[in-house]
Design a protein around this ligand. Structure first.
Ligand code: FE2
Ligand code: FE2
Length: 269
């Protein structure tokens, strides 16, 4: 099984005494033997500056995956494509490019997909897609657990604004020697929905870890459900970040092996 290296290029958190840039956004670099993959692109060109400070070579990126269309995950895409001219495959759910708004503010992909340069080969997919051996784009996540995945803002579909259920929200399932490692953007689809679906798609039963935003902020029935269901699914090691509040991290710490995430974190998977 190929080993992979995961690097957090952008997150809300920066580590003490490590001088990278933070922003309320997400970008992860995944290096496999065959492909070099970005999951999300951050909010701005700051992601590129972080990679430069880390000595990372983004000219080797072969694939970009958009976890969903929100601008804190897609705003760095055009700066990346302007700076790096190599051909890249760009994976996303078709709904990722629908207009989105929250409290009257546009929060969708901040450019027209028609503006994508020719070296970005757009691959829209509602279903799963294997990017490389052991790297699976999950596509649309079945909403199995009704307590998860409340709508966020609105999306424009067929000329009508409707509550945005973020059907575009997805994640990467990584096959590691210790089991399935799930890499999420915001988990609008529900972290348990995602993990359950990833396990069923891959046939894996062991959960090596989960890293990413959980889109959880407060105590309540949804958090209670997540704490119980994640344990049922076999999750033990968690790297909650991005859109996960301190209160939720605190609750998770009581039940799981929780690690701090910040810009510059690297994991050998
Ligand atoms: Fe989001
Ligand atoms: Fe986000």
């Amino acid at each position: 099984m190929a080993e992979m290296k995961l690097t957090v290029l952008m997150d809300n958190n920066t580590y003490i005494d490590r001088y990278y840039l933070g922003e309320p956004a997400a970008c992860y670099l995944l290096e496999t033997g065959e492909r070099t993959i970005l999951l999300d692109t951050g909010y701005s060109a700051c992601t590129l500056e972080n990679a430069r400070r880390m000595g990372g070579d983004l000219s080797r990126v072969t694939d970009i995956v958009l976890s969903h269309g929100h601008d804190d995950h897609t705003g760095g895409l055009l700066p990346f494509l302007s700076a790096f001219p190599q051909p890249v495959r760009l994976f996303a759910h078709p709904d990722a490019f629908l207009p989105k708004r929250f409290d009257g503010r546009s929060v969708g992909v901040p450019f027209d997909p028609a503006a994508l340069p020719a070296h970005a080969e757009l691959r829209l997919s509602r279903g799963p897609a294997e990017l490389a051996p052991g790297v699976l784009f999950l596509g649309e996540i079945p909403r199995t657990n009704p307590l998860e995945a409340p709508p966020v803002g609105e999306t424009l579909r067929g000329g009508t604004w409707e509550p945005d259920r973020l059907l575009d929200d997805t994640a990467l399932a990584l096959a590691t020697k210790s089991g399935l490692f799930l890499l999420t953007g915001c988990s609008h689809a529900g972290i348990c929905n995602m993990l359950q679906y990833a396990l069923s798609l891959t046939g894996e039963t062991r959960v090596a870890g989960v890293l990413g935003g959980l889109h959880l902020f407060e105590s309540g029935p949804q958090l209670d459900f997540v704490l119980a269901r994640l344990a049922q699914l076999g999750a033990k090691t968690l790297y909650p970040c991005h859109c996960t509040s301190l209160a939720v991290k605190h609750a998770l710490c009581g039940a799981f092996d929780v690690h701090e995430v910040g810009v510059g974190l690297t994991l050998a998977l």
